[in-house]
Design a protein. Structure first.
Lengths: 293, 499
């Protein structure tokens, strides 16, 4: 389709404007991470011309050469520190493991729901969907009691289980829709050739659904990465994830915006890496099912 | 170079560095010429200076009393191996104990202390869950003064603990040393002590002395002067600098705090002697009209500021004064954090136009322009280790530890009378990070100008939601008049009290 030069230019400008609107908050937040405290609230605001500093990152991750790795610098009145490197690790462990848990269980469940015909199958799918309708806060308090009884409070296992279970309904439904898009005739042909269900699932269907698994895994990872309520309720001093510790930059005499921005900017990186790793499959997964043969 | 000359030169450049008159690179270069590395100076890169010292040096300056340590070693033995848990807001005392002081307690007793630092709202959530479950996941409770009534039956009264367990009582702990006004305002509900006063943020008047002098103004002695001074500054220096910054975020507790100061300062009160909401009476309306008048000369955007934004406005030179928490003062004096180090002065809050007596109010409300916040520390009744927790609580709130907290905590206000007179505290009453030069103002405000919120179980909801939401709606133009706004809030409060 032919477009005039003017229209093309306007479209390009509009495109960059949209990109700018989405990118600007990330840019500004990231620059806050590189500013001294006294340069953050300048009025009128400074967007470019400020003296950059890595101090906020040094304080949050203890990676300054002057301190050595793992040093905990006193930055709050009273000498408290904002050393959060272990908390970033907590987030990585919990998000990764809960994603693995959700994907393993959801893939198996979704395959059954997609391929096997049993009584109450549709009701089961509806029931899975209904578990997403319950407000998390209604579950958090009973979870606290149960976890206390089973000594799961403040443990990796506890939070991984909760995040895994939280993601399970969505993962099952997504994976089921991906499996549904793979023609069942393939399974039937393989069955005629003597393949077992497990072999068909592992050798044939699973490789074909790689894109869907990647898309589902990314969503599970991001949900876990950003989840706040369950981690707040079910942890104490041993472990914490990035969203919960981000709130601890709020102190009685103000908010450490620079440190908060440093942790926030750094927290984008692992999620970004995960998305990059599965990007090739992700695009395919997200568009899977959009075209029916 | 003679050692004395070298030390003198070092002291000189250190002073310049702390005052922000020399950058770190130059400081280290000069120090290097003196043959001193950063580590030898105890000034690792970027360490926050406390009273002109690095935190490491400040910690060296404070050593716990040998008597206290000896007592801890004596009574703590049976509890060695116990783990205590406390959830607390990130306040200077909690930070000082958590990061620098608890090691003394742990080494002496063998008791491990785990402190979970959270924003205030999350502390409340954790405590509520702990009380509701009676599981004792926390051994000690950090209780904000507005929650005292709610948790009064869930903690031990420290007076009873002290007398009932003589073998665990710290010698010279002296419960009478706690400032009486704080015991009444923070730690008491009806006849019970809900812990002991742990920290005391309180409203004092902080103003830019340089701006006031430039315009020929004197520190505001009355609320009317606060307005006229602030208006004069805004008229002459706005929009670059405004006369006053408020904490007026709609729906936030901060708005309620500032409003109560003006309400009390106009002879009003939140509740009257009949325990009815009285913010809508004649004095209450006058107070809200005053607040509106003051709002008009504040910086734009103040409707979105809590005390955090208010403090930033002063720190950045956007505003020339504020009536707010005294804890901000050492922060303003810190040259590494703000542009106004040494330019601020602290005075007691402006005199009220009129003031009700306690008898004329309800639910133990104490009128006074110096709005008092603060918290108490108490042992949970559900704790599995109440005796070990009691030991920790006595140590954390004894006079010697409070000196350490004030020294290491950046000039935070102590809750014990004797600590204000301690020579280690007085020695730091000079310009610089962690200054204590405002503490006598804090002390006088506690004694003579303190206003304390009412104690009732519903207060947490009323103070953090009902009143600030209503006030926010008023300042956003949601009501036709101040009277209409206050009448609506009164109706909501009465509805809550009726259940």
């Amino acid at each position: 389709m032919h477009q005039s030069r003017g229209i093309r230019t306007l479209r390009t400008i509009a495109g960059w404007l949209v990109v700018g609107v989405f990118f600007f908050p990330i840019y500004f937040w990231t620059t806050v991470a590189f500013r001294n405290a006294k340069d953050i609230f300048n009025w009128p605001p400074i967007f470019v011309d400020f003296e950059p500093t890595a101090r906020n990152f040094e304080q949050v991750f203890g990676i300054s050469l002057g301190f050595g790795f793992g040093a905990q610098e006193a930055v709050t009145p009273g000498g408290g520190n904002f050393y959060m490197a272990p908390r970033l690790w907590d987030s990585i462990v919990i998000a990764s493991m809960s994603t693995v848990l959700a994907i393993v269980v959801a893939t198996l469940a979704a395959y059954c729901l997609s391929r096997m015909h049993f009584r109450g199958r549709h009701e089961f799918v509806n029931w899975v969907l209904s578990t997403r309708m319950m407000p998390p806060v209604a579950v958090a308090v009973p979870m606290f009691f149960i976890f206390k009884q089973f000594s799961l409070l403040d443990t990796y296992l506890g939070v991984i289980l909760v995040h895994g279970l939280m993601n399970l309904p969505l993962a099952v439904l997504l994976m089921k829709s991906f499996f549904d898009d793979i023609p069942s005739e393939i399974d039937e042909s393989a069955l005629l050739d003597g393949a077992s269900r497990w072999t068909i699932f592992r050798r044939i269907v699973l490789p074909m659904a790689k894109g869907g698994i990647a898309a589902t895994a990314v969503l599970c990872f991001i949900f876990s990465w950003t989840e706040f309520l369950f981690v707040l309720t079910l942890t104490q001093t041993s472990i914490k994830t990035v969203p919960v510790v981000s709130s601890t930059f709020v102190t009685s005499i103000g908010t450490a915006w620079g440190n908060m921005a440093a942790l926030g900017a750094a927290a984008i990186v692992p999620a970004f890496i995960v998305i990059m790793l599965v990007q090739r499959h992700l695009v395919r997964g997200l568009t899977m099912g959009s075209l029916k043969q | 170079m003679k050692d004395s000359i070298r030390k003198g030169y070092l002291a000189n450049i250190t002073d310049k560095y702390v005052r922000g008159q020399m950058d770190r690179r130059d400081f280290l270069r000069f120090a290097g010429k003196l043959g001193l590395g950063a580590s030898a100076l105890g000034m690792g890169f970027g360490n926050r200076p406390f009273f002109g010292m690095s935190s490491a040096q400040a910690q060296e300056a404070y050593q716990p009393s040998p008597d206290v340590i000896a007592w801890l070693k004596d009574v703590g033995k049976p509890f060695a191996g116990t783990t205590l848990k406390l959830a607390t807001e990130s306040t200077p005392p909690s930070n000082a104990i958590n990061s620098q002081l608890k090691k003394y307690f742990e080494e002496a007793t063998g008791i491990k202390v785990e402190i979970e630092v959270l924003p205030l709202e999350q502390v409340l959530q954790k405590l509520t869950l702990d009380v509701a479950s009676s599981l004792g996941t926390y051994d000690l409770y950090y209780i904000d003064q507005s929650w005292a009534a709610s948790f009064s039956q869930d903690v031990f009264d420290p007076r009873e603990q002290y007398s009932a367990k003589a073998d665990l009582a710290m010698p010279n702990y002296n419960l009478d040393d706690f400032l009486p006004a704080l015991v009444d305002g923070i730690a008491k509900y009806e006849d019970r002590w809900v812990g002991v006063p742990y920290d005391i943020p309180i409203f004092i008047m902080i103003y830019r002395k340089d701006i006031y002098e430039k315009l020929g103004l004197k520190a505001p002695a009355t609320l009317e002067e606060l307005y006229t001074n602030s208006k004069a500054i805004t008229d002459q220096m706005g929009p670059n600098t405004y006369g006053y910054a408020g904490q007026m975020k709609s729906g936030h507790y901060a708005l309620e705090c500032e409003w109560t100061s003006f309400l009390w300062g106009h002879g009003g009160s939140i509740f009257n002697a009949d325990k009815k909401f009285s913010g809508n009476d004649e004095q209450g309306i006058a107070a809200l009209d005053y607040y509106s008048k003051l709002r008009a000369i504040m910086p734009p955007g103040v409707d979105g500021w809590t005390w955090d934004g208010q403090g930033q406005a002063v720190a950045q030179g956007v505003a020339a004064s504020m009536l707010s928490w005294g804890e901000f003062f050492p922060y303003f004096d810190d040259p590494s954090q703000t542009k106004i180090s040494g330019l601020c002065e602290a005075v007691v809050p402006p005199q009220p136009i009129a003031l009700r007596t306690v008898k004329e109010t309800g639910y133990g409300e104490i009128p006074g322009v110096g709005h008092q916040g603060g918290s108490s520390l108490a042992v949970s009744k559900y704790s599995k280790n109440p005796d070990a927790a009691w030991l920790f609580m006595q140590w954390a709130t004894c006079a010697d530890t409070q000196v350490g907290i004030t020294v290491l905590g950046g000039g935070t206000g102590p809750t014990r009378s004797s600590v204000y007179d301690d020579p280690r505290i007085k020695a730091n009453a000079r310009v610089g990070a962690g200054t204590t030069r405002h503490l006598q103002v804090v002390r006088e405000t506690i004694a003579n100008h303190m206003g304390s919120e009412p104690d009732l179980p519903e207060w947490a909801q009323i103070s953090s939601d009902t009143i600030p939401v209503g006030l926010g709606k008023y300042f956003a133009g949601g009501y036709g008049s101040s009277k209409e706004a206050m009448d609506d809030i009164a109706g909501q409060v009465e509805g809550i009290l009726k259940g």
